[in-house]
Design a protein around this ligand. Sequence first.
Ligand code: NAD
Ligand code: IPM
Ligand code: MN
Length: 379
Amino acid sequence: MAEYRIALLPGDGIGPEVVSVARRVMEACSKHQGFSITFKEFPFGAEYYLKHKEVLPKGAFDDIGESKALLLGAVGDPRVPPGPLEQELLLALRFHFDQYLNLRPAVSFPNVPIPIRLGSDQQIDMLIVRENTEDFYMNLGGHGFGQMSAGFLAERALYSATGNISLNFTPPIEAAYSMGILSEPAIRRIANKAFQLAGMLQKPRMHSATKSNALPHLYGFWDRIVEDVSHSYPAVELVRINVDNLAYKLPRSPLDFGVVLCPNLFGDIISDLVSGLTGGLGLTASGNIGDTLSMFEPVHGSAPDIAGTGRANPLAAVLSASMMLNYIGEQEGAAVIDAAVHQYLRTDVGQAFPIELGGTLKTDEVGDRLVSIILDEDD
Ligand code: NAD
Ligand code: IPM
Ligand code: MN
């Protein structure tokens, strides 16, 4: 019997609520399929930070890295100012394990209300391919009054970059800056992945979303490398698009888009936009893929506005768990979970939908339904 060790990092807010459902669904799936999963849960997040005055203890990433894959709920808490948890936990995990490929599918689901009108036979089927290690996520920046100077160090699996930055403002005013970096190997490897994925489409086409008109240094460079990579994929049409125009077109003609390659920051924003188009953040899953430990998580955050109310839709976490099973080699198990989600959405439309989708079912109750569908139990 195949045995897997899976790390769980439920995190903050609705994170633990949706991860608990994803765990139950994976347990039901492993029972159904005859494989075994041992979960190792990590307590990091706001509670841990407030109690221990540090985001992570020494060696935490080594412990997490011993698992086959990691399922994360969400991090971020109103008691902690924005920054430390997101940077030192979530982004640090992505960078430490060099999870350079962020896959964020956005697809239509049966009976899920959406904010635009589509024909009954029309389906949104998009995949946001987000570069996950660079751009404005380098954490290089500063803040000061009049004069600012700082050394910087950016460490990534592909390189380490060191330098100094010094700024003078006349008259002396308070100011802040952030620096974006893109590197040739990082653009090249993500572009290769995106072209390969686009090559599998019925109409092989890839959009690459940048903003090289306003930021030519950074994104003109991206465009040039992506164009160069495109020569290895002659069957795939490359369409370069400004990200503002993409944001305009997505709600108007979502069916025109399949694989959309984005630098880190635009990929973040566009993935929430397409979540909105396909029915909500409670439905969109993601994978942060690298060559060592990969991490799966819903696209949504910790949603402090609904934490503790049962209003969190756990389907994004459940579908992230399914992506994870697919990744570790349990494709049939993943298909069982996807089929259970589809069956639930097809048959339970109305009152038995999650609250986010207009129904009355609380987070755990959605989990109960999925478990009974998978184990073929009567309600
Ligand atoms: P959010 O994604 O947490 O919430 C945005 C809106 O969507 C909220 O109204 C929320 O109630 C709703 N929502 C989100 N997920 C839902 C679900 N599963 N079911 C029903 N409704 C859902 O974004 P935010 O409010 O900008 O951020 C809140 C916190 O989460 C911040 O601290 C932020 O830094 C953090 N965050 C973390 C992650 C992550 O861990 N991957 C991602 C995004 C935001
Ligand atoms: C996401 C989140 C994170 C990001 C935040 C919490 C740092 O918005 O995973 O989409 O920007 O990548
Ligand atoms: Mn985001």
